[in-house]
Ligand binder design. Structure first.
Ligand code: NDP
Length: 495
């Protein structure tokens, strides 16, 4: 049966999920829809695969993961074309996204052994007759649930960490970007054909919910704060631990000694890359009074040069267009002014860059995640006011500071998991830095050492090396030995 299609909206026909280009409506590809039973079966297959994958050891997994990295690199153009076909993402945006994904895959593969492998801990005098050992063992199967906006990078970060740590992965891509998700699983199978170590399952929210309830060892979720709460509730049924990478409303602060043109260039890219559909995108700028006018003028000049449909792609999902329109209207109704774009910016799935000033702080354009090519710029008296306004929302994902003397101090005071000083979004591209937020933006980390440790269970082992001088942990201790323990404690811990 053929259903009516709306460009960008996925449809199910004859048991296949079909994704379409948001501008042209052309079919990007089709994948089989997974029922809850299919998801359960995939997890069962993954359990066997996990044992085999773990048995390869860090070195064996590293070799395979680096081969996968190279394969993705060799076929980067094909991947970028697929991302365009189903999300409308401009070619350059897809290349930048993939380059960050490759960095994380490379870093996780090369560093998992050092970060997670067995190590001897320093001896503690109180238990000097035992040696301490620590290692991080895989959970077994990790479920990865991903969004549509960065369908390559957002899943590949946690998938790289989970695989490098020795887990098998069952991956549920967004219903809007299943074809890219399947491509990732298929290319992995080319370098690891023996077992289904990375599988993709497809469908709508129910497939994700089934994955949450499937008793996997851990779930890593990237998506909206609202869905994150449903994911946590489903995971709570089996005490399945979760990592939550949720939404944001990131702010940039432009201080008095900032390079204003560099700040404007970064604000325009940070706000408008991927048509603003970026969790760590800059959605608000607080610029101090002395630089405000020059900054606004530079942003308008630079954003005004961008070509709609070329530099700025479409909204990937039709619902997103309505959110952006509502935020622009709300900002203007509240007394805000559009110095670029504005009420007429929405042209079908394309939205012209829109820069809003004088927008009240209680407007939805300032308080809620817009996820479109818009930016509010607000004049503040000093950096303290900028920080308090930037920190006023429940979200706390990333952020950016432009300035010289106080820039790092300001960065430390931003309530967020990540900040880029004199640039934007940079932290997402460094393989050795953790990625994640606070508050409504989630918890737990992907990427870097902290991200790797999320995918291993800390296992502590002690090994007796000789008899106990202070035998505390036995009923066979004597009163004299207990007294010696007291004396020893006073020597060890008094100062
Ligand atoms: P959603 O929260 O709508 O969906 C995310 C994923 O969860 C999708 O695969 C979705 O499947 C799935 N899902 C939906 N319902 C359930 C459920 N009940 N149980 C389990 N899984 C479910 O997010 P979007 O895809 O719209 O992505 C945009 C959001 O992601 C923005 O808020 C953005 O800020 C955030 N994001 C956060 C990032 C971060 O690292 N912090 C990075 C990128 C984006 P389906 O699509 O099939 O419904």
């Amino acid at each position: 049966m053929t259903a009516t299609r709306t460009p960008g909206l996925p449809v199910v026909e004859d048991g296949s999920l079909i994704s379409t280009n948001p501008t042209t409506g052309a079919e990007a590809g089709r994948v089989p829809v997974s029922s809850a039973d299919d998801v359960g079966n995939a997890v069962e297959r993954a359990r066997t695969a996990a044992a085999w994958w773990a048995s390869l050891g860090f070195d064996g997994r590293r070799a395979r993961l680096l081969r996968w990295r190279t394969l993705i690199l060799e076929r980067i153009e094909e991947l970028a074309a697929l991302a365009y076909a189903e999300s409308g993402k401009p070619h350059a945006d897809a290349i930048v996204e993939t380059s960050a994904a490759i960095e994380h895959l490379d870093w996780a593969a090369r560093n998992a052994k050092r970060v997670l492998g067995p190590r001897r801990m320093r001896t503690r005098l109180v238990l000097a007759e035992h040696s301490g050992h620590l290692e991080y063992q895989p959970y077994g199967v990790v479920g990865v649930i991903g969004p549509w906006n960065y369908p390559i990078l957002t899943p590949l970060g946690p998938i790289s960490g989970a695989l490098a740590a020795g887990n098998a992965v069952v991956f549920k891509p967004s219903e809007y970007t299943p074809v890219v998700g399947q491509w990732l699983a298929d290319t992995f199978a080319e370098v690891v054909p023996e077992q289904p170590v990375l599988q993709a399952v497809h469908g709508f929210g129910e497939a994700g919910a089934a994955l949450c309830r499937s008793r996997v060892g851990k779930i890593t979720f990237t998506g909206s704060t609202a869905t994150a709460k449903k994911v946590m509730a489903a995971c709570a049924e089996n005490l399945t631990p979760v990592i939550i990478e949720a939404g944001g409303k990131d702010a940039m602060i432009v201080d008095a000694d900032a390079d204003v043109r560099a700040a404007a260039e970064a604000a325009v890219w940070g706000a408008l890359t991927n048509a603003g559909q970026t969790c760590i995108g800059i959605e608000r700028v607080y610029a101090v009074a002395p630089v405000y006018d020059a900054f606004v003028a530079a942003v308008v000049e630079k954003a005004g040069k961008l070509k709609l449909g070329e530099d700025i792609g479409p909204m990937t999902t039709p619902a997103q267009t309505d959110v952006v329109r509502r935020h622009i209207d709300d900002a203007l109704a509240g007394g805000g002014r559009a110095v670029l774009g504005g009420a007429d910016a929405v042209q079908g799935s394309l939205i012209a860059p829109t820069v809003l000033v004088d927008v009240p702080e209680d407007s939805s354009a300032v308080r809620e995640e817009t996820f479109g090519p818009t930016l509010t710029i607000t004049k503040v008296s000093d950096a303290d006011e900028a920080i308090s306004k930037a920190n006023a929302l429940p979200y706390g994902l990333g952020g950016s500071v432009f300035g010289k003397k106080n820039a790092i101090r300001i960065a430390r005071r931003l309530r967020s998991g990540m900040v880029a000083v004199n640039s934007t979004l940079t932290f997402v591209g460094m393989g050795n830095l953790p990625f994640g937020g606070v508050g409504d933006s989630g918890f737990g980390r992907i990427h870097g050492e902290d991200g790797l440790r999320e995918f291993g269970v800390a296992k502590a082992i002690t090994v007796r090396r000789g008899p106990s001088l202070l035998p505390a942990m036995t009923f066979e201790r004597t009163p004299q030995q207990v007294q010696r323990i007291v004396k020893a404690l006073k020597v060890l811990y008094r100062n």
